[in-house]
Ligand binder design. Sequence first.
Ligand code: HEC
Length: 260
Amino acid sequence: MKNIIKSICFIFLSLIFLSQNIFAEEKKKLLTTDWSFKGYFGKFDRASLQRGYQVYAEVCASCHSLKYLSYRNLAEKGGPEFSKEQAKAIAANFEVTDGPNDDGDMFVRPAKLSDKFVNPYQNDKEAMASNGGAYPPDMSVLIKARSGGADYIYSLLLGYEDPPNDVILDEGVYYNKYMYGNMIKMPNPLSDDLIEYNDGTKATEEQMAKDLVTFLAWTAEPHLEARHKIGFKAIIYLIILSILAYFSMKRLWSRVEPEV
Ligand code: HEC
């Protein structure tokens, strides 16, 4: 009997060990960086969020939508925290169709804070037709939708390479080390000094990828900072509660004579 239990324990432990090793292997392959928002006390780096928005707006927004975001979110607490005026000015750069007016006609006006981010394409069909049949996914919650999350998207953006000799790529298909199957229908969107950051930071590929991914981590989880704060308070509360419980337990039992 003892032997059976021993072997079951052994098999169980080796399985845990093996599975952890497999996951470690998978994780090891992705690139990573010092994300400001990771960990129990993680917060978004404000300047990085603002730069990340700039990368999205100037590079990715021509193909990828952010349909769950409104312009007012850019000025909200816990996000890039642009001033209200800045967010208004950003919104005013875009046009939305509104209406009907009193004559029953639709009309075009500049976007307001309450409007959702403007989609680069009229519909999914147009998006696919413009991208060789591939659909550029909406980016609002993309970080949550891909295994590997922030590290995966960071790696993907830095993972473009010349294909190995035995791989022949069709027109409009590119080789990427981290894409599933290594083939992607998105040309490498980043290159050094592609944009000029408003705050003067040097726009290397790594910097842009990091800022953009930080921005997407916020769009996917806009309440992360509030959640971390509540978690922290709850832990302090529980610690105080445990100390109180411990002392009241001691006091209650102090009246009971220990048996000898
Ligand atoms: C010229 C249009 C275009 C631009 C600009 C563009 N993308 Fe894409 N992107 C695409 C298309 C098309 C796909 C789908 C590719 C596929 O399925 O093969 C895609 C897919 C992706 C994916 C998903 C990959 C996956 O795992 O399925 C990510 C992440 C991504 N893009 C990030 C970005 C970022 C970040 C930027 C800006 C720095 C950007 N893209 C700019 C067209 C574009």
